[in-house]
Ligand binder design. Structure first.
Ligand code: NDP
Length: 277
């Protein structure tokens, strides 16, 4: 029987655990506060920012919100980040991406202090992950590991195939699976015979950004399939990078879309916000 990995339930459990932790720390006089910066008013970004603020409120983490005009200059944004880096009340800084075209995202990411880089995008955080040092880890791949662990899915020694090599999902995902002693293959658009490589996987993590790319021809019987992708179809429903119905019977466990990896991202952001409490 295929296990449906319930990211929504796990995310809720983690948020409740963090709520308890935050309350205990508060009693010792320790608090966390997330500064969220949004430039412009892209509706999707506004939804994400609001969800992050709501999660902070639920857990008991303070939040400071900076809604900057679309025309805000890069210098103005950098100077706000500088002041938040210096602000002892702020433990985490998040700049909602994407940024307007006139602002260089790399420059902005690099300006956030690695000590407050709760998104885990700073090159220092990425470097720490790759050499096994402590640091902030990108939330979505961290959420995938958390799901596997909470479902008692062994990673050590397993054939792990990650499809997609973006800096925010695919690459840190591969590093995290390696850290858990998986045998990791990282695939991308130039991978030859993707089907054959995926079919080797005990654990297949898909983050390609292509709706339903992965069907039964890519999945080994008994594999665990983790679908990071999220797309809105013409009928308004959401789907992932995996053709869920087509692979379901083959898998030992699978994440649905929605309700799989998605809710874990925000839970891991909250976990990162509490990291230095
Ligand atoms: P990117 O577009 O940045 O990266 C996609 C990767 O997939 C690239 O490495 C690309 O290869 C590879 N790729 C594209 N097409 C193919 C193909 N046909 N065969 C093999 N590899 C291919 O995407 P992201 O990593 O940012 O996101 C991936 C998906 O995850 C998206 O659907 C996104 O919406 C979702 N997402 C979900 C999150 C969540 O919270 N649930 C968070 C972040 C992302 P190459 O490098 O060669 O171009």
């Amino acid at each position: 029987m295929t296990v449906i990995i319930d990211g929504k339930a796990v995310s809720k459990r983690i948020k409740d655990e963090l709520k308890e932790l935050v309350a205990n720390k508060k009693a010792q006089g320790k608090t966390a506060c997330l500064a969220v910066i949004q430039v412009g008013n892209d509706p999707a970004s506004s939804v994400y920012v609001n969800n992050k603020k709501k999660a902070c409120e639920y857990i008991g983490i303070g939040s400071k919100s900076y809604e900057l005009k679309e025309e805000t200059s890069q210098e103005e944004l950098l100077s706000l980040i500088d002041s938040l880096n210096e602000d002892d009340d702020v433990s985490g800084i998040l700049v909602q991406l994407p940024l307007p075209g006139h602002i260089n995202e790399d420059t902005v990411i690099r300006r956030i202090s690695p000590k407050k880089d709760v998104d885990g995008f700073h090159p220092m955080s990425v470097g720490a992950l790759s050499i096994g040092e402590d640091g902030f880890v990108s939330c979505t791949p961290q959420g995938v590991i958390e799901l596997l662990k909470r479902y008692d899915i062994e990673i050590s020694g397993k054939e792990c195939v990650v499809v997609g090599r973006s800096n925010i999902v695919g690459k840190p995902m591969a590093m995290l699976l390696l850290r858990e002693n998986g045998t990791v293959t990282l695939c991308h658009s130039k991978t030859r015979d993707l089907k054959a490589v995926c079919k080797r996987a005990d654990i297949l993590v898909v983050a390609v950004g292509k709706p339903k790319l992965i069907d039964h021809e890519y999945v080994k019987e008994g594999a665990v399939v983790i679908d990071v992708g999220i797309h809105r179809m013409e009928n308004g429903k959401l789907c992932g990078d995996v053709d869920y119905e087509d692979v379901y019977d083959l898998c030992s466990a699978i994440t649905p879309v929605p309700g799989g990896v998605g809710p874990m991202t925000i839970a891991m952001l909250m976990k990162n916000c509490c990291k230095n409490l």
